[in-house]
Design a protein around this ligand. Structure first.
Ligand code: ZN
Length: 394
């Protein structure tokens, strides 16, 4: 946990059911298959025929997302996205289009809003209105990834994984329009895949010495001990993949947040990842990944700090790359750890992130205030999975 107070958002439990879980996985594979090869979509009958096993979720709230169709870290970032075909999952129905959006963008009160449908065309994407049960939402498939969006809701899903945008989409003239900053800072980076992240990682074990962090409700152990163990487990995994890895601390020592930023400058880090565990009400659980809020976009979480949306912070030039890193790491953590998904979020107040001159993220590996998660976090096996999740993303 970082900063004072509790997390302000505690009502982000997933909207999907566990049953949907394996279907999403299967269908996502179908989406990749079709977009990579001949752009044809499998029929629902074909898709269900491919389902050969039922995967049981470890928690009723746990929905593992399908891996995003990012390019691998060693590839050059893609210049133009591949053509994407329709993805309709089991239980979903494609609704007729209400005509086509007429203008790519419209200005309302000086703010530019961009048609999701017409932006999708520039990305060789597929766009549709979908009904599931009584609910309607909009889906865009770009780079073989399905993104589901709803009017007025900042929370979107990418391959079933939660991402908090800056602004809720608006219905304008019967069509869904997205705030231009969300297009630029969320949807474009997702479609583009991964940037070149270099090969020098600073892994920051949160807290240390007198700054003990939050405390486990299971055994009263401090967060600082668990973050250090997580960092130590992660280092060799990344080194095996060719990364040069520096830990901000290798023992129980105190280190200020600005010194952690300076440390990353000194070793010329190409990425920075800060490791933490969280605390809130006992019922709150799951993984969260944070990166810098772009200029003009409100933070998802302020913990009582000011949120100067117009301020250009040192980390802002990297806010697309930080988000791409966050999305990938968050995804692989969910896949590896089978934990509830509390989403990729934007913040502005975290000192350890905002001063960085490189892609930087902060990962919260679960809630020490939640009895089940505190017990889990106390096991080496779980902390190893946390480490493996990050390593798999890089
Ligand atoms: Zn912390």
């Amino acid at each position: 946990m970082v900063g004072m107070g509790l997390t302000s958002c505690q009502s982000t439990s997933s909207i999907h059911s566990p049953k949907e879980y394996y279907r999403n996985g299967i269908s996502a594979k179908t989406a990749r298959d079709t977009s990579d090869a001949n752009h044809r979509s499998a029929t629902p009958a074909v898709r269900s025929a491919r389902v050969t096993r039922v995967v049981r979720a470890t928690s009723p709230r746990f929905i593992p997302p399908a891996p995003p169709n990012f390019n691998t870290p060693k590839e050059a970032p893609r210049r133009s996205p591949p053509i994407s075909g329709p993805v309709i999952l089991a239980g979903e129905k494609l609704l007729a289009q209400r005509g086509n959006a007429k203008s790519y963008s419209v200005k309302i009160g000086g703010t530019e809003w961009v048609s999701l449908e017409l932006w999708g065309k520039t990305q060789k994407g597929w766009y549709g209105r979908i009904q599931k049960g009584k609910e309607e939402f909009y889906r865009i498939v770009v780079s073989g990834m399905r993104l589901d969006l709803r009017p007025k809701r900042r929370l979107i899903s990418c391959q079933g994984m939660q991402i908090w945008m800056g602004f809720g989409p608006e219905m304008i003239g019967g069509h869904l329009y997205i705030h231009h900053l969300d297009i630029q800072k969320h949807l474009v980076p997702l479609a583009a895949g991964m940037p070149d992240l270099g090969r020098v990682a600073v892994i920051d074990a949160g807290h240390g010495r007198d700054n003990k962090g939050t405390r486990s409700t299971f055994n009263r152990e401090y967060e600082k001990e668990y973050t250090l163990d997580w960092a130590r487990r992660l280092k060799p995994l990344l080194e095996r993949k060719g990364w040069r890895v520096y830990l901000t601390r290798v023992e129980d020592k105190s280190m200020s947040l600005t010194d952690r930023v300076k440390f990353a400058d000194r070793v010329n880090a190409s990425i920075f990842i800060s490791l933490h565990f969280n605390a809130a009400a006992a019922s709150v659980s799951g993984l969260e990944t944070y990166c810098i809020a772009p200029v003009g976009m409100p933070s998802h979480l302020t913990r009582g700090n000011p949120d100067p949306v117009k301020a250009m912070l040192p980390n802002n030039p990297w806010d697309e790359a930080s988000f791409q890193l966050a999305a990938r790491v968050h995804n692989q953590m969910l896949v590896n750890c089978r934990m509830p998904d509390r989403g990729v979020r934007r913040i502005r107040f975290m000192t350890v992130i905002k001063g960085q001159k490189r892609p930087a993220i902060l990962v919260e590996g679960g809630y020490l205030s939640n009895p089940n998660e505190a017990r889990k976090i106390n096991t080496g096996a779980y902390r190893q999975r946390l480490a493996a999740g990050i390593a798999a993303a890089l």
